[in-house]
Design a protein. Structure first.
Length: 223
């Protein structure tokens, strides 16, 4: 019991620190169109001229757009429902709440996206720039899938492959958004921070929910 309380205290402290960092970052993002280092990092990423890399960056950006992203979430939840994984299906659908939060933050911050005069714009967007909606969505959705696969599947090549795919998507979505000129690196950082905060909270609630229902959790139930 004492160990659990310490863990809870550490979680709350880290959560508060992350939330504070997001507030500070959002405040300055609302005051400045870009941060020191944004130009340099963006130009470095866009200097990569390698066809497979280009295709990968565009593909990752595409699956993060509204229709494909929503379809993937719904299909994933449907697969879980068919597999009688009711709680997992519910929480997969709840990842869409991250997109709502992202839109709200974008409206409050109101930062302009990078312009053609600053970077090469390969994929433009209409909404505000901070934070990156793609990054926030990927961190919460694919991050939750990563967690579920890690805790619920027994070690196998399928488990390893799924973890690699989900980890790959989360890690590279930020690079893709800078590469296509849709966001500054600081927008991407904001997306990772907000996404991480939302993911941590969602996982915390999921663990509590399945424990409350006396469902065995984290023991590799799925073959």
């Amino acid at each position: 019991m004492e160990t659990q309380r310490r863990h809870d205290s550490v979680f709350v402290l880290l959560y508060a620190l992350a939330a504070t960092a997001i507030v500070v970052l959002a405040y300055f993002a609302g005051r400045y169109p870009y941060f020191p280092g944004d130009h340099a990092i963006a130009h470095l990423v866009q200097s990569i001229h390698f066809a497979p890399f280009d295709y990968s960056m565009r593909a990752i950006t595409f699956i993060g757009t509204f229709v494909p992203a929503l379809a993937i979430v719904i299909i994933s939840a449907g697969v879980l429902v068919v597999s009688r994984r009711w709680w997992e299906a519910i929480f997969v659908l709840l990842t869409l709440s991250a997109d709502v939060v992202n839109v709200a933050v974008k409206e409050m911050v109101g930062r302009q996206r990078p312009g053609p005069g600053s970077v090469e714009v390969l994929w433009s967007g209409d909404a505000s720039s901070f934070p990156s909606g793609h990054v926030t969505h990927f961190v919460v959705f694919y991050g939750l899938l990563f967690f579920l696969v890690w805790t619920e599947m027994r070690p196998s090549w399928r488990r390893t492959a799924l973890l690699a795919v989900f980890g790959f998507l989360v890690a590279l979505v930020g690079v893709s958004r800078v590469y296509v000129g849709a966001h500054w690196p600081s927008d991407v950082l904001g997306g990772y921070l907000i996404g991480g905060l939302l993911l941590a909270g969602l996982i915390r609630i999921y663990v509590w929910a399945v424990s409350f229902q006396r469902i065995p959790w984290g023991n590799g139930r799925r073959p």
